[in-house]
Design a protein around this ligand. Sequence first.
Ligand SMILES: *Cc1c(COP(=O)(O)O)cnc(C)c1O
Length: 463
Amino acid sequence: MSRSAHPAGPRHADVFPEGHYSAPPADLNALDPKVWAQTVERDADGVVTVGGMAVTRLAEEYGTPAYVLDEADFRARARAWRTAFGTDADVFYAGKAFLSRAVVRWLDEEGLNLDVCSGGELATALSAGMPADRIAFHGNNKSPEEIERAVRAGVGRIVLDSFQEIVRVAHIAQSLGVRQRVQIRITVGVEAHTHEFIATAHEDQKFGIPLAGGQAAEAVRRALQLDGLEVIGIHSHIGSQIFDMSGFEVAAHRVVALLKDIRDEHGVELPEIDLGGGLGIAYTSDDDPCEPHEIAKALTEIVTRECEGARLRTPRISVEPGRAIVGPTAFTLYEVGTVKPLDGLRTYVSVDGGMSDNIRTALYDAEYSVALVSRASDAESMLVRVVGKHCESGDIVVKDAFLPGDLAPGDLIAVPATGAYCRSMASNYNHVLRPPVVAVRDGEARVIVRRETEEDLLRLDVG
Ligand SMILES: *Cc1c(COP(=O)(O)O)cnc(C)c1O
Protein backbone atom coordinates (compact mmCIF):
# COMPACT_ATOMS: atom_id res chain seq x y z
CA MET A 1 0.00 0.00 0.00
CA SER A 2 1.44 3.37 -0.92
CA ARG A 3 1.63 6.00 1.74
CA SER A 4 -0.98 8.30 0.24
CA ALA A 5 -3.36 5.54 -0.78
CA HIS A 6 -5.00 4.77 2.47
CA PRO A 7 -7.35 7.22 4.05
CA ALA A 8 -6.91 9.02 7.33
CA GLY A 9 -8.86 7.32 10.11
CA PRO A 10 -12.16 8.53 11.50
CA ARG A 11 -12.42 11.84 13.25
CA HIS A 12 -11.99 11.65 16.96
CA ALA A 13 -15.38 13.21 17.73
CA ASP A 14 -17.19 10.47 15.78
CA VAL A 15 -15.72 7.76 17.94
CA PHE A 16 -15.80 9.40 21.36
CA PRO A 17 -18.78 11.74 21.31
CA GLU A 18 -18.48 12.41 25.04
CA GLY A 19 -15.06 13.91 24.48
CA HIS A 20 -13.72 11.52 27.11
CA TYR A 21 -10.43 10.98 25.34
CA SER A 22 -7.83 13.65 24.69
CA ALA A 23 -8.01 15.50 21.42
CA PRO A 24 -5.27 14.76 18.92
CA PRO A 25 -2.11 16.66 19.77
CA ALA A 26 -1.53 19.81 17.72
CA ASP A 27 1.75 18.45 16.38
CA LEU A 28 2.13 14.71 15.96
CA ASN A 29 5.85 15.10 15.33
CA ALA A 30 6.44 16.68 18.74
CA LEU A 31 7.83 14.42 21.47
CA ASP A 32 6.53 15.35 24.91
CA PRO A 33 9.56 15.32 27.25
CA LYS A 34 7.25 14.12 30.02
CA VAL A 35 6.83 10.70 28.42
CA TRP A 36 10.10 10.29 26.49
CA ALA A 37 13.54 9.60 27.92
CA GLN A 38 15.73 12.65 28.34
CA THR A 39 18.00 12.30 25.31
CA VAL A 40 15.20 11.51 22.85
CA GLU A 41 14.74 14.08 20.08
CA ARG A 42 13.77 14.32 16.43
CA ASP A 43 16.68 15.25 14.15
CA ALA A 44 16.59 17.60 11.19
CA ASP A 45 15.54 14.75 8.87
CA GLY A 46 12.60 13.90 11.10
CA VAL A 47 14.17 10.70 12.44
CA VAL A 48 14.02 10.22 16.21
CA THR A 49 17.33 9.73 17.99
CA VAL A 50 18.16 8.57 21.50
CA GLY A 51 21.56 9.03 23.11
CA GLY A 52 22.66 10.37 19.73
CA MET A 53 21.64 7.20 17.80
CA ALA A 54 18.93 7.19 15.13
CA VAL A 55 16.15 4.67 15.70
CA THR A 56 16.44 3.62 12.07
CA ARG A 57 20.02 2.53 12.70
CA LEU A 58 19.05 0.78 15.93
CA ALA A 59 16.35 -1.13 14.03
CA GLU A 60 18.84 -2.13 11.33
CA GLU A 61 21.44 -3.34 13.79
CA TYR A 62 19.31 -4.92 16.47
CA GLY A 63 16.00 -5.61 14.76
CA THR A 64 12.51 -4.95 16.03
CA PRO A 65 10.78 -5.14 18.36
CA ALA A 66 13.40 -3.90 20.80
CA TYR A 67 13.39 -2.13 24.12
CA VAL A 68 15.69 0.87 23.78
CA LEU A 69 16.99 2.18 27.08
CA ASP A 70 18.58 5.59 27.60
CA GLU A 71 21.41 4.88 30.04
CA ALA A 72 22.06 8.56 30.80
CA ASP A 73 18.41 8.98 31.71
CA PHE A 74 18.45 5.90 33.94
CA ARG A 75 21.50 7.13 35.80
CA ALA A 76 20.10 10.66 36.10
CA ARG A 77 16.85 9.38 37.62
CA ALA A 78 18.65 7.02 40.01
CA ARG A 79 20.93 9.89 41.06
CA ALA A 80 17.98 12.27 41.50
CA TRP A 81 16.36 9.84 43.95
CA ARG A 82 19.65 9.28 45.76
CA THR A 83 20.34 13.01 46.06
CA ALA A 84 16.77 13.88 47.05
CA PHE A 85 16.82 11.49 50.00
CA GLY A 86 20.39 12.28 51.07
CA THR A 87 22.52 10.24 53.40
CA ASP A 88 19.93 9.87 56.18
CA ALA A 89 17.72 7.66 54.03
CA ASP A 90 18.07 4.70 51.69
CA VAL A 91 16.75 4.26 48.18
CA PHE A 92 16.12 0.66 47.16
CA TYR A 93 15.44 0.19 43.46
CA ALA A 94 12.65 -2.39 43.05
CA GLY A 95 14.31 -4.93 40.78
CA LYS A 96 11.06 -6.48 39.64
CA ALA A 97 10.42 -3.40 37.45
CA PHE A 98 13.41 -4.39 35.29
CA LEU A 99 16.55 -6.18 36.35
CA SER A 100 19.68 -7.01 34.42
CA ARG A 101 23.34 -7.13 35.35
CA ALA A 102 24.08 -3.82 33.63
CA VAL A 103 21.29 -2.16 35.59
CA VAL A 104 22.62 -3.62 38.85
CA ARG A 105 26.04 -2.14 38.12
CA TRP A 106 24.56 1.29 37.30
CA LEU A 107 22.62 1.22 40.58
CA ASP A 108 25.71 0.21 42.51
CA GLU A 109 27.70 3.03 40.93
CA GLU A 110 24.95 5.55 41.65
CA GLY A 111 24.75 4.50 45.30
CA LEU A 112 21.34 2.88 45.33
CA ASN A 113 20.32 -0.29 47.10
CA LEU A 114 18.27 -3.08 45.56
CA ASP A 115 15.04 -4.95 46.29
CA VAL A 116 14.72 -8.50 45.01
CA CYS A 117 11.77 -10.85 45.42
CA SER A 118 12.92 -14.22 44.13
CA GLY A 119 15.95 -16.46 43.98
CA GLY A 120 16.38 -15.49 40.32
CA GLU A 121 16.47 -11.77 41.09
CA LEU A 122 18.86 -12.42 43.98
CA ALA A 123 21.16 -14.44 41.72
CA THR A 124 21.17 -11.65 39.11
CA ALA A 125 22.00 -9.03 41.74
CA LEU A 126 24.80 -11.07 43.29
CA SER A 127 26.27 -12.10 39.95
CA ALA A 128 26.62 -8.42 39.00
CA GLY A 129 28.45 -7.70 42.22
CA MET A 130 25.83 -5.81 44.22
CA PRO A 131 27.07 -5.98 47.83
CA ALA A 132 24.68 -8.30 49.68
CA ASP A 133 24.25 -5.92 52.59
CA ARG A 134 22.60 -3.48 50.17
CA ILE A 135 20.02 -6.03 49.05
CA ALA A 136 16.54 -6.40 50.57
CA PHE A 137 14.68 -9.65 50.03
CA HIS A 138 10.90 -9.44 49.58
CA GLY A 139 8.06 -11.76 48.72
CA ASN A 140 4.97 -13.27 50.28
CA ASN A 141 6.08 -16.86 49.85
CA LYS A 142 9.83 -17.15 49.79
CA SER A 143 10.87 -20.78 49.71
CA PRO A 144 13.10 -22.19 52.44
CA GLU A 145 15.84 -22.58 49.79
CA GLU A 146 15.52 -18.92 48.80
CA ILE A 147 15.62 -17.82 52.43
CA GLU A 148 18.68 -19.91 53.09
CA ARG A 149 20.49 -18.48 50.06
CA ALA A 150 19.61 -14.94 51.12
CA VAL A 151 20.78 -15.48 54.69
CA ARG A 152 23.99 -17.20 53.57
CA ALA A 153 24.68 -14.38 51.09
CA GLY A 154 24.29 -11.90 53.93
CA VAL A 155 21.45 -9.76 52.56
CA GLY A 156 20.92 -6.52 54.45
CA ARG A 157 17.34 -7.27 55.25
CA ILE A 158 14.62 -9.79 54.71
CA VAL A 159 11.13 -8.33 54.70
CA LEU A 160 8.91 -10.74 56.63
CA ASP A 161 5.47 -11.08 55.13
CA SER A 162 3.58 -13.56 57.33
CA PHE A 163 3.53 -15.27 60.71
CA GLN A 164 4.86 -18.49 59.17
CA GLU A 165 7.74 -16.62 57.61
CA ILE A 166 8.76 -15.04 60.91
CA VAL A 167 9.35 -18.51 62.29
CA ARG A 168 10.84 -19.87 59.06
CA VAL A 169 13.44 -17.13 58.68
CA ALA A 170 14.29 -17.19 62.39
CA HIS A 171 14.81 -20.93 62.26
CA ILE A 172 17.00 -20.86 59.15
CA ALA A 173 19.07 -17.92 60.42
CA GLN A 174 19.59 -19.56 63.77
CA SER A 175 20.63 -22.85 62.22
CA LEU A 176 23.23 -20.90 60.20
CA GLY A 177 24.39 -19.07 63.30
CA VAL A 178 23.20 -15.72 61.94
CA ARG A 179 21.09 -12.97 63.46
CA GLN A 180 19.23 -11.83 60.34
CA ARG A 181 18.17 -8.21 60.03
CA VAL A 182 14.46 -8.12 59.18
CA GLN A 183 11.62 -5.72 58.64
CA ILE A 184 8.01 -6.70 59.15
CA ARG A 185 5.68 -5.85 56.31
CA ILE A 186 2.33 -4.65 57.50
CA THR A 187 -0.83 -3.59 55.70
CA VAL A 188 -2.01 -0.31 57.07
CA GLY A 189 -5.49 -0.34 55.55
CA VAL A 190 -4.60 2.06 52.74
CA GLU A 191 -4.48 1.26 49.08
CA ALA A 192 -3.36 3.94 46.66
CA HIS A 193 -3.48 3.93 42.89
CA THR A 194 -3.08 7.00 40.75
CA HIS A 195 -5.04 9.93 42.14
CA GLU A 196 -7.04 8.13 44.78
CA PHE A 197 -6.48 6.14 47.85
CA ILE A 198 -8.91 4.10 49.84
CA ALA A 199 -8.43 3.99 53.57
CA THR A 200 -10.55 1.01 54.55
CA ALA A 201 -10.52 -2.73 54.17
CA HIS A 202 -7.39 -3.06 52.08
CA GLU A 203 -6.02 -5.69 54.35
CA ASP A 204 -7.93 -7.85 51.87
CA GLN A 205 -4.81 -8.83 49.86
CA LYS A 206 -2.06 -11.41 49.94
CA PHE A 207 0.81 -9.16 51.06
CA GLY A 208 1.70 -8.21 54.59
CA ILE A 209 0.34 -8.62 58.09
CA PRO A 210 -2.72 -6.50 58.90
CA LEU A 211 -2.43 -3.71 61.40
CA ALA A 212 -6.10 -4.26 62.11
CA GLY A 213 -7.04 -6.48 65.04
CA GLY A 214 -3.57 -6.17 66.57
CA GLN A 215 -2.03 -8.68 64.15
CA ALA A 216 0.97 -6.52 63.27
CA ALA A 217 1.65 -5.86 66.96
CA GLU A 218 1.49 -9.61 67.58
CA ALA A 219 3.92 -10.27 64.72
CA VAL A 220 6.41 -7.81 66.22
CA ARG A 221 5.93 -9.39 69.66
CA ARG A 222 6.80 -12.83 68.27
CA ALA A 223 9.70 -11.63 66.12
CA LEU A 224 11.32 -9.76 69.00
CA GLN A 225 11.50 -13.00 70.98
CA LEU A 226 13.36 -14.97 68.33
CA ASP A 227 17.16 -15.17 68.56
CA GLY A 228 17.61 -15.60 64.81
CA LEU A 229 16.04 -12.20 64.07
CA GLU A 230 17.10 -8.62 64.54
CA VAL A 231 13.96 -6.57 63.96
CA ILE A 232 15.10 -3.31 62.40
CA GLY A 233 11.82 -1.83 61.30
CA ILE A 234 8.38 -1.81 59.79
CA HIS A 235 7.60 -1.92 56.08
CA SER A 236 4.54 -0.59 54.25
CA HIS A 237 3.92 -0.49 50.49
CA ILE A 238 0.56 0.99 49.58
CA GLY A 239 0.14 0.70 45.84
CA SER A 240 1.40 1.69 42.42
CA GLN A 241 1.33 4.54 39.91
CA ILE A 242 0.56 7.00 42.74
CA PHE A 243 0.47 10.74 42.01
CA ASP A 244 -0.40 12.29 45.32
CA MET A 245 1.03 11.96 48.77
CA SER A 246 -2.15 11.63 50.84
CA GLY A 247 -2.01 7.82 50.92
CA PHE A 248 1.58 7.96 52.22
CA GLU A 249 0.44 10.47 54.82
CA VAL A 250 -2.11 8.05 56.25
CA ALA A 251 0.30 5.10 55.98
CA ALA A 252 3.10 6.98 57.79
CA HIS A 253 0.69 8.03 60.50
CA ARG A 254 -0.34 4.43 61.10
CA VAL A 255 3.20 3.01 60.93
CA VAL A 256 4.44 5.58 63.44
CA ALA A 257 1.51 4.79 65.74
CA LEU A 258 2.66 1.16 65.67
CA LEU A 259 6.27 2.19 66.43
CA LYS A 260 4.93 4.10 69.43
CA ASP A 261 2.95 1.07 70.65
CA ILE A 262 6.09 -1.07 70.24
CA ARG A 263 8.11 1.42 72.27
CA ASP A 264 5.44 1.51 74.98
CA GLU A 265 5.11 -2.27 75.16
CA HIS A 266 8.71 -3.43 74.65
CA GLY A 267 10.82 -0.38 75.42
CA VAL A 268 12.32 -0.68 71.92
CA GLU A 269 12.43 2.10 69.34
CA LEU A 270 12.76 0.40 65.96
CA PRO A 271 15.35 2.34 63.95
CA GLU A 272 13.91 2.11 60.41
CA ILE A 273 10.73 2.47 58.43
CA ASP A 274 10.26 1.62 54.79
CA LEU A 275 7.43 3.37 52.95
CA GLY A 276 7.66 1.23 49.82
CA GLY A 277 7.47 2.38 46.23
CA GLY A 278 4.62 3.05 43.87
CA LEU A 279 5.39 6.55 42.67
CA GLY A 280 3.75 7.26 39.35
CA ILE A 281 5.23 8.22 35.97
CA ALA A 282 3.80 9.88 32.87
CA TYR A 283 2.59 7.32 30.36
CA THR A 284 0.70 9.99 28.46
CA SER A 285 0.82 13.78 28.42
CA ASP A 286 -2.15 13.83 30.81
CA ASP A 287 -0.09 12.40 33.70
CA ASP A 288 1.75 14.76 36.07
CA PRO A 289 4.10 12.83 38.36
CA CYS A 290 5.90 14.34 41.36
CA GLU A 291 9.65 14.92 41.24
CA PRO A 292 11.90 12.90 43.58
CA HIS A 293 12.85 15.99 45.63
CA GLU A 294 9.16 16.79 46.22
CA ILE A 295 8.51 13.21 47.27
CA ALA A 296 11.55 13.13 49.57
CA LYS A 297 10.55 16.40 51.19
CA ALA A 298 6.95 15.33 51.70
CA LEU A 299 7.80 11.88 53.12
CA THR A 300 10.51 13.22 55.42
CA GLU A 301 8.20 15.93 56.73
CA ILE A 302 5.34 13.53 57.31
CA VAL A 303 7.48 11.03 59.21
CA THR A 304 9.30 13.70 61.24
CA ARG A 305 6.04 15.36 62.23
CA GLU A 306 4.37 12.09 63.19
CA CYS A 307 7.39 11.04 65.27
CA GLU A 308 7.55 14.36 67.07
CA GLY A 309 3.88 13.94 67.93
CA ALA A 310 4.59 10.45 69.28
CA ARG A 311 7.83 11.53 71.02
CA LEU A 312 9.86 9.03 69.03
CA ARG A 313 13.29 9.44 67.53
CA THR A 314 12.77 9.83 63.78
CA PRO A 315 13.67 6.47 62.21
CA ARG A 316 15.80 6.11 59.11
CA ILE A 317 13.48 6.14 56.11
CA SER A 318 13.80 3.96 53.08
CA VAL A 319 11.82 4.00 49.84
CA GLU A 320 11.60 1.53 46.97
CA PRO A 321 10.92 3.18 43.61
CA GLY A 322 10.94 0.85 40.62
CA ARG A 323 8.77 2.28 37.88
CA ALA A 324 9.73 5.89 38.71
CA ILE A 325 13.38 5.13 37.94
CA VAL A 326 13.30 2.76 34.99
CA GLY A 327 9.84 3.34 33.48
CA PRO A 328 10.53 6.56 31.60
CA THR A 329 14.03 5.50 30.48
CA ALA A 330 13.00 3.08 27.73
CA PHE A 331 10.71 2.90 24.75
CA THR A 332 9.72 -0.10 22.66
CA LEU A 333 10.62 0.18 19.00
CA TYR A 334 8.27 -1.67 16.65
CA GLU A 335 7.91 -2.00 12.91
CA VAL A 336 4.45 -1.53 11.48
CA GLY A 337 3.28 -4.66 9.66
CA THR A 338 -0.30 -3.92 8.66
CA VAL A 339 -2.62 -0.92 8.76
CA LYS A 340 -6.38 -1.59 8.75
CA PRO A 341 -8.75 1.36 8.68
CA LEU A 342 -12.29 0.60 9.91
CA ASP A 343 -14.74 3.23 8.77
CA GLY A 344 -16.34 5.13 11.60
CA LEU A 345 -14.30 3.29 14.20
CA ARG A 346 -10.53 3.50 14.17
CA THR A 347 -7.47 2.24 12.36
CA TYR A 348 -5.79 -0.92 13.61
CA VAL A 349 -2.01 -0.78 13.39
CA SER A 350 -0.34 -4.19 13.82
CA VAL A 351 3.23 -4.31 15.06
CA ASP A 352 5.80 -7.09 15.24
CA GLY A 353 5.43 -7.59 19.02
CA GLY A 354 2.47 -7.19 21.34
CA MET A 355 1.22 -8.64 24.60
CA SER A 356 4.32 -10.80 24.91
CA ASP A 357 6.51 -7.69 25.27
CA ASN A 358 3.93 -5.46 26.95
CA ILE A 359 1.22 -7.20 28.95
CA ARG A 360 0.28 -4.10 30.93
CA THR A 361 -2.43 -2.90 28.56
CA ALA A 362 -4.17 -6.28 28.56
CA LEU A 363 -3.58 -6.82 32.27
CA TYR A 364 -4.38 -3.41 33.76
CA ASP A 365 -5.96 -1.47 30.92
CA ALA A 366 -2.81 0.66 31.06
CA GLU A 367 -2.58 3.74 28.88
CA TYR A 368 0.35 4.45 26.60
CA SER A 369 1.29 6.94 23.95
CA VAL A 370 2.89 6.20 20.60
CA ALA A 371 4.74 8.11 17.91
CA LEU A 372 5.96 7.60 14.37
CA VAL A 373 9.74 7.72 14.82
CA SER A 374 11.39 6.75 11.52
CA ARG A 375 10.26 9.94 9.79
CA ALA A 376 8.27 13.08 10.37
CA SER A 377 4.87 13.46 8.74
CA ASP A 378 2.56 16.36 7.97
CA ALA A 379 -0.41 14.09 7.28
CA GLU A 380 -3.63 14.60 9.22
CA SER A 381 -3.95 12.60 12.39
CA MET A 382 -5.93 9.39 12.59
CA LEU A 383 -7.24 7.57 15.64
CA VAL A 384 -5.42 4.28 16.02
CA ARG A 385 -5.27 1.19 18.15
CA VAL A 386 -1.82 -0.38 18.18
CA VAL A 387 -2.12 -4.15 18.37
CA GLY A 388 0.31 -7.04 18.44
CA LYS A 389 0.77 -10.22 16.43
CA HIS A 390 -0.64 -12.68 18.97
CA CYS A 391 -3.66 -14.93 18.62
CA GLU A 392 -5.78 -13.01 21.07
CA SER A 393 -8.04 -10.07 20.40
CA GLY A 394 -7.07 -8.50 23.72
CA ASP A 395 -3.52 -8.25 22.35
CA ILE A 396 -3.49 -4.45 22.50
CA VAL A 397 -0.40 -2.34 23.08
CA VAL A 398 -1.91 1.15 22.87
CA LYS A 399 -5.66 1.32 23.14
CA ASP A 400 -6.33 4.80 21.78
CA ALA A 401 -3.81 7.17 20.29
CA PHE A 402 -3.23 9.33 17.25
CA LEU A 403 -0.73 8.71 14.48
CA PRO A 404 -0.25 10.40 11.12
CA GLY A 405 -2.81 9.30 8.52
CA ASP A 406 -0.08 8.28 6.06
CA LEU A 407 1.31 5.59 8.37
CA ALA A 408 2.32 2.55 6.34
CA PRO A 409 3.90 -0.89 6.69
CA GLY A 410 7.65 -0.57 7.24
CA ASP A 411 7.35 2.59 9.33
CA LEU A 412 8.89 2.43 12.79
CA ILE A 413 6.74 3.48 15.70
CA ALA A 414 7.75 3.68 19.34
CA VAL A 415 5.82 3.37 22.58
CA PRO A 416 7.48 5.42 25.34
CA ALA A 417 7.68 4.70 29.06
CA THR A 418 8.00 0.92 28.68
CA GLY A 419 11.08 0.56 30.89
CA ALA A 420 9.15 -0.86 33.84
CA TYR A 421 7.11 -4.07 33.97
CA CYS A 422 7.38 -4.79 30.24
CA ARG A 423 10.58 -6.81 29.74
CA SER A 424 10.26 -8.12 33.29
CA MET A 425 6.74 -9.40 32.58
CA ALA A 426 7.45 -10.52 29.02
CA SER A 427 6.30 -13.97 27.95
CA ASN A 428 6.77 -16.40 25.09
CA TYR A 429 3.10 -16.53 24.19
CA ASN A 430 2.73 -18.00 20.70
CA HIS A 431 6.43 -18.88 20.98
CA VAL A 432 7.23 -15.30 20.13
CA LEU A 433 10.81 -14.47 21.05
CA ARG A 434 11.37 -11.90 23.76
CA PRO A 435 12.97 -8.68 22.47
CA PRO A 436 16.43 -7.49 23.45
CA VAL A 437 17.15 -4.53 25.70
CA VAL A 438 19.53 -2.16 23.93
CA ALA A 439 21.17 0.50 26.07
CA VAL A 440 22.22 3.67 24.31
CA ARG A 441 24.60 6.28 25.63
CA ASP A 442 26.71 9.01 24.00
CA GLY A 443 26.20 7.76 20.48
CA GLU A 444 26.91 4.13 21.29
CA ALA A 445 24.51 1.24 21.68
CA ARG A 446 25.05 -2.07 23.38
CA VAL A 447 22.81 -5.03 24.01
CA ILE A 448 22.35 -5.58 27.75
CA VAL A 449 19.80 -8.37 27.37
CA ARG A 450 19.97 -10.15 24.04
CA ARG A 451 17.06 -11.15 21.87
CA GLU A 452 15.76 -14.62 22.52
CA THR A 453 16.36 -17.16 19.80
CA GLU A 454 14.48 -20.22 18.66
CA GLU A 455 17.37 -22.27 20.10
CA ASP A 456 16.62 -20.69 23.49
CA LEU A 457 13.01 -21.84 23.20
CA LEU A 458 13.89 -25.32 22.02
CA ARG A 459 16.54 -25.77 24.70
CA LEU A 460 13.77 -25.93 27.32
CA ASP A 461 11.68 -28.32 25.26
CA VAL A 462 13.36 -31.59 26.05
CA GLY A 463 11.01 -33.73 24.04
C1 LIG B 1 6.40 -3.44 43.41
C2 LIG B 1 6.99 -2.95 44.65
C3 LIG B 1 7.75 -1.78 44.66
C4 LIG B 1 7.96 -0.94 43.43
O1 LIG B 1 6.78 -0.39 42.94
P1 LIG B 1 6.86 0.70 41.78
O2 LIG B 1 5.43 0.97 41.47
O3 LIG B 1 7.59 0.10 40.64
O4 LIG B 1 7.58 1.88 42.35
C5 LIG B 1 8.33 -1.40 45.83
N1 LIG B 1 8.19 -2.12 46.97
C6 LIG B 1 7.45 -3.25 47.00
C7 LIG B 1 7.35 -4.00 48.26
C8 LIG B 1 6.84 -3.69 45.86
O5 LIG B 1 6.11 -4.82 45.89
